[in-house]
Design a protein around this ligand. Structure first.
Ligand SMILES: *Cc1c(COP(=O)(O)O)cnc(C)c1O
Length: 398
């Protein structure tokens, strides 16, 4: 029997965009293991391992820590639907696309959502949040994106937590592009709800959204007047499933295997080593980018190690360069998001996430970028980017 459809053999791409990123071969291997029933005692141990490793990676003792089935966006939805009820006031401090998405998702719960907008390339500030909090008698929560993937900006969280808690509100943090790659301390920074995704720095394919709820958030959920509108993302039912094995939905078995292996790799390397690796490779990338005369979007003091947004120079349509990188070097980078007119068509977003944050990827990318720019009639001094990155790597001892 033959089929009109050939076996699918994808090209080997280097995924240096905004996600997904390439994963360690051990993670792909783990996904090919035999399926188990989702209540098989052996699988229950896998679930316990994942919960316990997730607590280590989130740096939290929260027992309500588990991977929601679905990508990072499912984590955003889970955070919102579980803590918000119609009429609640929820403040979202935005500095890019993902903050806006959080506001949109929150508004669909019937909550009254107020956004506090920050300029592109700048972090969210505690001062602006404090000012907004002062305008309301009672605020249920404040949402902030730790690592804004649309602009490559990292927002400091600890001081924001303080102003949020002074006002008696919950702090919800989007850590989709920071967990596993950039310092994140759920307990030490006093974050109430924190969600992430597996496809960015954690080092697994897209498909799961790790999430954690602290005591204050649990109390808010316990005292809800209305049922959580989403059956699938109801955290109380998910906890009963992950802790008491009460059937809720069938866990995506192979994805959980992949996450278990990815978390093992994160812990083998050690969180601090991993944060340093991401920071050093981003510093080398930026040294190379700037030596080529290109401009980074983010304020230099708040640059995100896992993603760097760079303006395309000399009026070159950014898409031409991306196409050259993909066609000639098998490198994928992302463009600016269409909903951000200030950046759409003007920037590349270059990811160095998880398994992909390596010195060799930085040097390969800079060399390919030089070629792609030359093909678009933008000449840079030969090898300037690569040698600046090499110098930076030497300086950092990595
Ligand atoms: C990627 C991303 C998301 C959404 O994750 P998906 O896996 O695409 O659903 C949410 N927030 C931030 C900051 C992200 O970078």
């Amino acid at each position: 029997m033959s089929s009109q459809y050939d076996e699918f053999l994808p090209p080997q791409r280097l995924l240096m965009g905004a996600g997904p990123s390439n994963v360690h071969p051990r993670v792909l291997q783990a996904m090919t293991a035999s399926l188990l029933g989702h209540l098989d005692p052996v699988f229950l141990q896998v679930m316990d391992d994942v919960r316990s490793m997730l607590r280590e990676v989130f740096k939290t003792d929260n027992s309500a820590t588990l991977p929601v089935s679905g990508t990072g966006t499912a984590g955003m939805e889970a955070a919102c639907v579980n803590i918000l009820e119609p009429g609640d006031i929820f403040i979202v401090a935005t500095n890019g696309y993902f903050g806006e998405r959080l506001a949109e998702i929150a508004s669909r719960t019937g909550a009254h959502v107020v956004t506090v907008e920050h300029a592109v390339g700048e972090p969210v500030t505690a001062g602006a949040i404090k000012e907004e909090l002062a305008k309301h008698a009672s605020v249920k929560g404040v949402g902030v994106v730790h690592a804004e993937t649309s602009t490559g900006v990292l927002t400091p969280i600890a001081e924001i937590a303080e102003v949020v808690h002074d006002a008696g509100a919950l702090l919800v943090v989007d850590a989709v592009t920071s967990l596993g790659g950039v310092q994140l301390e759920v307990d030490a920074w006093d974050i109430d709800v924190c969600y992430s995704g597996t496809q960015k720095c954690v080092g697994a394919p897209p498909g799961l959204a790790p999430i954690t709820f602290g005591d204050r958030a649990i109390e808010v959920m316990t005292n809800r007047k209305t049922k959580v509108q989403s059956f699938y993302l109801d955290m109380t039912a998910l906890r009963d499933y992950w802790q008491q094995r009460v059937y809720h939905h069938t866990a995506p078995i192979s994805m959980i295997y992949s996450l278990r292996e990815a978390l093992r790799i994160v812990l083998e390397e050690g969180l601090e080593n991993r944060w340093r690796r991401h920071a050093n490779n981003a510093a080398a990338l930026i040294a190379g980018i700037e030596a080529m005369g290109l401009r980074v979007v983010a304020n230099p003091e708040f640059r995100l190690p896992s993603l760097t947004a760079v303006y395309s120079p000399g009026g070159i349509p950014e898409g031409n360069v991306r196409k050259h990188l993909l066609d000639n070097f098998n490198i994928e980078v992302s463009g600016g998001l269409a909903t951000m007119p200030a950046l759409a068509g003007k920037i590349w977003r270059i990811g160095l996430m998880g398994h992909n944050s390596t010195a060799s990827n930085v040097l390969y990318f800079l060399s390919a970028l030089e070629t792609a720019l030359a093909a678009n009639e933008y000449e840079v001094a030969a090898g300037a980017g690569v040698s600046a990155a090499q110098r930076k790597l030497r300086e950092l001892g990595s």
